[in-house]
Write a protein that binds this ligand. Structure first.
Ligand SMILES: Cc1cc2nc3c(=O)[nH]c(=O)nc-3n(C[C@H](O)[C@H](O)[C@H](O)COP(=O)(O)O)c2cc1C
Length: 175
């Protein structure tokens, strides 16, 4: 699949087959994360890979909208140290989408589960819940968790008329 097709076909996948992800594919996901660009090459991120179904089920309770993690073959928690990078949100977001695009290229489905700025059901930060569950040290902040697995649903890419062409401005905003 070339880049054009990859982008056209990418959709969030929230239901996954029981099939585990092969070791070589997990290794390629790890490489993709570590190859993702960061401001000033600070690489302030950290990635926690979770395969345990019980832990994934607990992570799926971190906030409303985290349910894709339940039944995923793998969850990759993307966090960073804000002391090491003032743009850790950008750096972790880039790593998250790079992981998703790499996943698609490997024939896997994925979904971005937002953690930063989201709350657990009792109103406390979802990040605090995730940190406690996974023993993540205090100085790190959680941006997202990528849910991954072989797709158990098919979703079409958007049609040409779903593209919001009005968002594109040439030369000036009013252009
Ligand atoms: C920053 C960001 C946060 C997201 N958070 C969630 C989430 O918490 N749960 C979820 O199911 N999907 C989440 N998504 C997926 C979006 O809902 C999805 O990308 C969007 O609806 C477009 O659909 P598509 O990815 O299938 O094209 C998130 C996507 C982004 C970019």
């Amino acid at each position: 699949m070339d880049m054009k097709e990859l982008l056209q076909k990418r959709r969030s996948i929230r239901k996954y087959a029981d099939t585990p992800i092969e070791k070589e594919k997990v290794e390629q996901l790890i490489r993709a994360a570590l190859l993702s660009p960061t401001s000033r090459n600070t690489r302030a991120w950290e990635f926690i890979l979770v395969e345990d179904q019980e832990v994934l089920a607990k992570l799926s309770l971190a906030k409303v909208g985290a349910q894709p993690l339940k039944g995923a073959a793998l969850g990759i928690v993307v966090c960073a140290d804000p002391e090491k990078s003032d743009v850790w949100v950008e750096d972790t977001s880039i790593a998250t989408i790079i992981l998703q695009l790499q996943a698609q290229d490997l024939g896997l489905g994925s979904c971005w589960v937002q953690i930063r700025e989201r709350n657990y059901q009792d109103g406390t930060p979802a990040g605090a819940y995730v940190k406690k569950l996974l023993d993540i040290p205090d100085h790190l902040q959680v941006e997202s968790i990528v849910a991954l697995g072989y797709p158990a649903e098919t979703r079409q890419g958007p049609s040409e008329d779903e593209l919001l062409r009005e968002k594109i401005h040439w030369h000036t905003y009013k252009g």
